[in-house]
Design a protein around this ligand. Structure first.
Ligand code: C5P
Length: 219
């Protein structure tokens, strides 16, 4: 069984996907973390995030690994734990440029399909239902208002010691949504057969319960 969860920035996809995967005993794959890792690699190599040729040249040297933990997973880039580094503002604000490069998408899409080929999976991102796993049995397109997403991101950041105002986060989220939805290759789009879930006024438990019910209907 494949569960694809797509949607705009900070809609709660990874929180929910992680919990659903844990409940079902499925593998969880955070595809945003993969685009973030390529972005971190570019920034560290002094390569401009929109330099398609140079960013693409970095890909063969990238060994990307997810290591499951009790409450999620750690992300390793060539043996280094980059789980926190990929959540910093410099990566967040440059990742849309990297993810618009077609060769990056081709490379990461293949890595994502290889992970999915291993068994039951919950995968979250932007193009999972439309491009990566078009035959997923359950597709959810998760949305929430910009104000609510900024509020959630603010609370998340606080835990990680990142200090950015809610107003700035609203601007950043809206800008990332725009870039992700208007790029030429695999833009953020609801798949025709995806179920739209507006989580603006739902609790985490309610969203998890809704997806568990949708999953049960398909078993
Ligand atoms: O999900 P997250 O916010 O961590 O994703 C970071 C960025 O990675 C997105 O803003 C988008 O540019 C890119 N991304 C993508 N396709 C995916 C997952 C993420 O283009 N499947």
């Amino acid at each position: 069984m494949q569960i694809a969860i797509d949607g705009p920035a900070s809609a709660g996809k990874s929180t929910i996907a992680k919990l659903v995967a844990k409940k079902l005993g499925y593998v969880y794959c955070d595809t945003g973390a993969m685009y973030r890792t390529v972005t971190l690699m570019a920034l560290r190599s002094n390569v401009a995030p929109d330099d398609a040729v140079k960013v693409t040249a970095l890909l063969p040297q990238l060994e990307l690994k997810f290591v499951p933990t009790a409450d999620g997973q750690l992300v390793y880039m060539n043996g280094e734990d980059v789980s926190l580094a990929i959540r910093q503002e410099d990566v967040t604000n440059n990742v849309s440029a990297v993810s618009a490069i077609p060769a990056v998408r081709t490379d990461l899409t293949q890595r994502q399909r290889d992970i999915a080929a291993e068994g039951n999976i919950v995968m979250d991102g932007r193009d999972i239902g439309t491009t990566v796993l078009p035959h997923a049995e359950l597709k959810v397109f998760m949305v929430a208002s910009v104000a609510e997403r900024a509020r959630r991101r603010f609370l998340d950041n606080k835990e990680k010691g990142i200090d950015v105002s809610i107003a700035t986060l609203e601007e950043e989220i809206a800008a990332r949504d725009h870039k992700d939805s208007t790029r030429a290759t695999s833009p953020l789009r609801q798949a025709d057969d995806a179920i739209l879930l507006d989580t603006t006024s739902m609790t985490i438990d309610e969203v998890v319960a809704k997806i568990m019910a949708l999953h049960a209907e398909r078993e």
